[in-house]
Design a protein around this ligand. Sequence first.
Ligand SMILES: CC(C)(COP(=O)(O)OP(=O)(O)OC[C@H]1O[C@@H](n2cnc3c(N)ncnc32)[C@H](O)[C@@H]1OP(=O)(O)O)[C@@H](O)C(=O)NCCC(=O)NCCS
Length: 322
Amino acid sequence: MIRRSVLLGTGSALPVRAVSNAELAQTVETSDEWIVERTGIRNRHIAGEGETTASLATGAARAALDMAGLSPQDIDLIILATATPDQTFPASATLVQAALGIDDCVAFDVAAVCSGFLYAVTVADSMIRSGAAQRALVIGSETFSRILDWEDRTTCVLFGDGAGAIVLGAEESTDGKRGILSSKLHADGRHNQLLYVDGGPSTTQTVGKLRMKGQEVFRHAVVNLASVLTEVMELAGLAPTEIDWLIPHQANARILDATARKLKLSPDKVVMTVDRHANTSAASVPLALDLATRDGRIQPGDLLVLEAMGGGFTWGACVLRV
Ligand SMILES: CC(C)(COP(=O)(O)OP(=O)(O)OC[C@H]1O[C@@H](n2cnc3c(N)ncnc32)[C@H](O)[C@@H]1OP(=O)(O)O)[C@@H](O)C(=O)NCCC(=O)NCCS
């Protein structure tokens, strides 16, 4: 028998307040035309009072559990990918656990910025396949609005807040055709200064603000995303032509278009949500996955590739048959 992690449900949660480019242009020296042309972003959600990474994560987790038809007590593992936790410690995953009323489970955060969700999925999948977990909540949740420098128009227009979650469950079958078929993670810490936060408990004792050299990140993103996608498809023994849906990290519509072109993938196989959510870091892949599941684009049997790249740099991808 082959033991795999299969997708049982998806969910998401967004802050109540949506902010259009035009609204942003009232306080930041920018324009709707510039943002749309350079990034494809039209809208983002910004967390208000009482909305935090953990509260959004809890909302997304509840929706994913509902879709899976499971109760919180069925979960024995929570991994939350975030770069904007509610507290430096304990892990925001434990806040989600408490909010869901789960008496005992494994709960921890993963910090790999925009590729955090891929890191979290890969760790959860390893734990499920090894028998260390049966049913996992894997969540990406962020409130980047709270670490943005709102005086820096080159970064503050690009990000938004939100959360996405999935439930993964162990399934044994003879053919192993369903579930996570392959995954691959990478990191290259030499690129720290291209995308980072200029503070932290052990250096400045502050939270810090996001800093980015956008053009250089852009170049690395296209190369790394195309190569890791090729890698996971080879690991799964499948050809890129077999992909039904590519669900990439949503940083910039031009990065998504360039990656699809490089891989000769039709743009209508790429799920695009950057226009409505902007870059929500670790939340962007599960938010896009949830949207395309709920609007009926993703159907049972479809082959999905999830992929992301972010600060560090870190990047990764996984192949999943639903
Ligand atoms: C950030 C990004 C959109 C900038 O686009 P770009 O085409 O590289 O633009 P540039 O940085 O060359 O800036 C072009 C001009 O627009 C200006 N500009 C920058 N931000 C602006 C804004 N929000 N509104 C208006 N003008 C802006 C710049 O000052 C510059 O003006 P100048 O030519 O007079 O100096 C793009 O580099 C990008 O998306 N990079 C990847 C970022 C990313 O995805 N990061 C997350 C990865 S997880």
